[in-house]
Design a protein around this ligand. Structure first.
Ligand SMILES: Cc1cc2nc3c(=O)[nH]c(=O)nc-3n(C[C@H](O)[C@H](O)[C@H](O)COP(=O)(O)OP(=O)(O)OC[C@H]3O[C@@H](n4cnc5c(N)ncnc54)[C@H](O)[C@@H]3O)c2cc1C
Length: 488
């Protein structure tokens, strides 16, 4: 029997694992079943957001129905943590001779889990077959001439694009319905995954049915991508694809995104600075961070990419951290952004950069605190993109923003939310202020309008100009130590 063990590839289209398992079964006249194992304790340890857990649950319910139409049964089990996944296979192989098909995972605990499952299967003469299909170009396939991983994005992107031009992107179709009702796992004493709604239905605004997801991609490529370059930095405008959540759980593949982009955007995807080209770049950033993670597995252990920055004496001040988390820093755009994250489970990319920079460069808090908090709230939480984004903002990562370039949260606000529309959405205390005053209400306390509302808004928790100097000194300390050590 062939088992398709679905993890971060919860889709029917362009699914190499699914197609290979079916093709192999047909060749050997074997049965095929799907398997999904929820591991709530591990998800908790990994700070997976409740909204993401709900999103996965809803997607699994749909996937089960979609697979049933192909005559494939999806068994949904619950195994507390990764250790328990071994117990599942140990039990299954007491009854069946199995081949297990999976998509390769890159994070540490996931790799350890797969090693253990492989050993368990092999001990009974069974096997685990992995497909490296999270990226269009698998990690390790885009290298420098010395066969090492690029440390900066631009040459990586150039190489990635020339590979795309050579090989194109081929998406696998949805498999055909199998002729007969296929295999089932019976007589097992395993806990079923409760896919019933358990009160937390927080992801309900995110459609999970495969055709709706594909429509969202098509709609973005037909109607929005042309303006992506011009509009993507303005959080009050809905100008981005909102597909990261689907990519993170594999409800859609990167290949589907690029194939659709090429189809809809004709040749503009290859022309510099067009919306299509810039969007494609973002998808390449996604792959870049996955390649980096595989090449530098220490990142998974929360080390900085630029190792000397691990010596920075970051603050752990809980009061400042709480103010940042709850959106009460006194900096309107930072607060609006954090409230967007807390209320919706998603935050606009420009705001992720601004809030991350604020945590690190204005509050001098350890970037790992912010990384963990984002993960615990984001519907699109993904280790490599989140770690990459945080280390970029903290100037500790590969190709990071230089440490002396520090975002000014007020000028960022004036530039990217010029009318204050986004701030008004999430910081109602400031809604009555005009487009000028809203970015920095503190010098306007004598304004006659809505003074009582403004008083209910937080006072600034730090002075940006002073904070900037402190941060520069913190970085200078480790950069100096690093220079003197390397001279010795
Ligand atoms: C501090 C910080 C934390 C982040 N955490 C995450 C995270 O946990 N998960 C996540 O998917 N992205 C993360 N990002 C990247 C980016 O903010 C989101 O991918 C994007 O905002 C999601 O919205 P969208 O789907 O509308 O993106 P679009 O603008 O439509 O972009 C298309 C796709 O490209 C990918 N992408 C876009 N920007 C980036 C980027 N900078 N790095 C890697 N991939 C990118 C995503 O898969 C996204 O869906 C983070 C960025 C920062 C600065």
């Amino acid at each position: 029997m062939n088992i398709i063990w679905f993890r971060n590839d919860l889709r029917l289209y362009d699914n190499k694992v699914l197609c290979s398992a079916i093709a192999d079964a047909q060749q050997r006249n074997a049965a095929v079943v799907g398997l999904f194992i929820a591991t709530p304790d591990t998800w908790q340890q990994h700070n997976m957001a409740a909204i993401k857990q709900d999103f996965i649950r809803r997607r699994v319910v749909c996937l089960k129905q979609e697979l049933a139409q192909l005559n494939i049964v999806l068994h949904t089990l619950e195994g507390t943590d990764y250790a328990a996944t071994c117990d599942v296979f140990a039990q299954v192989q007491q009854h069946y001779k199995i081949k297990v098909f999976v998509q390769t995972d890159y994070e540490l605990d996931e790799r350890l889990r797969d090693h253990k499952v492989t050993a368990c299967l092999e001990s009974a003469g069974n096997e685990l077959i992995s497909f490296d299909s999270q990226c269009i170009m698998p990690p390790g396939s885009i290298c420098t001439q010395q066969q090492t991983m690029y440390k900066v994005f631009t040459p990586f992107k150039r190489n990635w694009l020339s590979r795309l031009a050579e090989q194109g992107v081929q998406c696998l179709p949805k498999p055909k319905t199998l002729n007969v009702a296929n295999g089932q796992l019976v007589d097992l004493h395993l806990t079923a995954y409760s896919t019933m709604q358990n009160g937390d239905n927080s992801s309900i605004k995110w459609p999970v049915e495969q055709n709706e997801i594909i429509d969202q991609l098509r709609d973005f490529c037909q109607h929005k991508v042309a303006d992506y370059e011009k509009k993507r930095d303005f959080p009050a405008i809905s100008a981005t694809s909102k597909l990261a959540a689907y990519l993170a759980i594999g409800a859609i593949s990167a290949g589907q995104c690029v194939a659709r982009l090429q189809l809809e955007a004709n040749d503009t995807w290859s022309l510099a600075k067009t919306g299509a080209e810039v969007w494609l770049s973002e998808l390449i950033w996604r792959e870049f961070y996955k390649h980096i993670l595989v090449a530098y597995p220490d990142l998974i252990k929360h080390h900085a990419f630029q190792t000397e920055t691990d010596n920075i004496r970051w603050s752990q001040d809980q009061t400042l951290f709480n103010a940042w988390c709850s959106g009460n820093t006194g900096y309107p755009l930072v607060d609006a952004a954090m409230r967007q994250l807390n209320q919706t489970g998603w935050m606009h990319n420009r705001l992720r950069m601004i809030t991350a920079s604020f945590l690190v460069k204005d509050l001098q808090l350890d970037w790992r605190l912010g990384e963990r908090y984002f993960m615990s709230k984001l519907i699109d939480g993904d280790f490599s993109a989140n770690n990459g984004g945080w280390q970029w903002a903290a100037s500790t990562g590969t190709d990071a923003v230089p440490y002396f370039r520090i975002f000014n949260p007020i000028t960022q606000s004036e530039r990217f939310d010029p009318k204050g529309d986004f701030i008004r959405l999430y910081v109602p205390e400031l809604a009555s202020l005009d487009a000028k005053a809203i970015h920095w209400p503190h010098k306007n306390t004598q304004l006659s309008t809505a003074i009582s509302d403004i008083k209910s808004y937080a006072a600034p928790i730090v002075d940006h100009a002073q904070a900037r100097k402190i941060t520069l000194a913190l970085f200078a300390e480790v950069k100096k130590t690093d220079e003197s050590t390397s001279k010795d």
